[in-house]
Write a protein that binds this ligand. Structure first.
Ligand code: IMP
Length: 199
């Protein structure tokens, strides 16, 4: 597994609401390039297998659909939704299933597609949930990994970018359901413009 450290730009611009500022951390071009490499890594491990991707709604939607198109061969996908209790930029670590899978994963080569690995509590819950359903293989691909924040003892098999401990939005990631449609992965900062720039 190759981990890429995200290099950030210094340009901060206003966000969608007063007091919110965004700064590009990983451009959409870099994301797309890394996706091609991730798809190759996955296919190197499973050259001929049918792959069943499971996206965790909603943050992984763009990641899953872009990755699916980079993976050659037979690919199917499904989605599930969980909620982590909490508000704003912090979660309490309690996880609840909101939407279950549509089809059985028994005997399938499953790739869980997650937007970001933070404390790891969501992934820990999901892995236990999926393992009970007896897939043939169970692997995890994450776009972003905030390594410093880990609480649960979990790791991804394939990681797009290791990122610093900052709240990020864009490319599917949200803050209160907003910013998902930004093409780049950006850091969201709060406060006055001068404070946001110097932080
Ligand atoms: P974990 O259970 O703490 O690993 O958190 C996983 C979930 O928290 C992710 O799937 C995201 O939905 C959310 N999350 C964690 N960090 C961020 C962030 O920086 N921006 C947006 N969502 C985040």
């Amino acid at each position: 597994m190759t981990k890429k450290r995200a290099a950030s730009s210094t340009k901060t611009r206003p966000g969608h609401r007063p007091g919110e500022f965004i700064r590009v951390l990983i451009s959409d071009a870099r994301v797309k390039l890394r996706l091609k490499q991730l798809a190759k890594e996955i296919r190197r491990d499973f050259p001929t297998e049918a792959l069943h991707l499971i996206g965790v709604l909603k943050g992984s939607v763009f990641f899953l659909t872009d990755l699916a198109r980079e993976l050659g061969g037979e690919v199917s996908f499904d989605f599930l939704s969980v909620s982590s209790y909490g508000s704003g930029t912090d979660s309490t670590g309690e996880v609840k299933l909101i939407k279950d899978l549509d089809v059985s994963i028994e005997g399938k080569t499953v790739i869980v597609v997650e937007d970001i690995l933070d404390t790891g509590l969501t992934l820990k819950y999901l892995l236990r949930f999926f393992e009970e359903k007896k897939p043939k293989h169970l692997r995890v691909v994450v776009l972003l990994d905030k390594v410093e924040r880990r609480i649960a003892d979990v790791r991804a098999d394939y990681t797009g970018f290791a990122i610093p401990n900052e709240f990020v939005v864009g490319y599917g990631l949200d803050f209160d359901e907003r910013y998902r449609n930004l093409p780049d992965v950006s850091v969201l900062q709060f406060g006055s413009r001068s404070k946001a720039i110097t932080e």
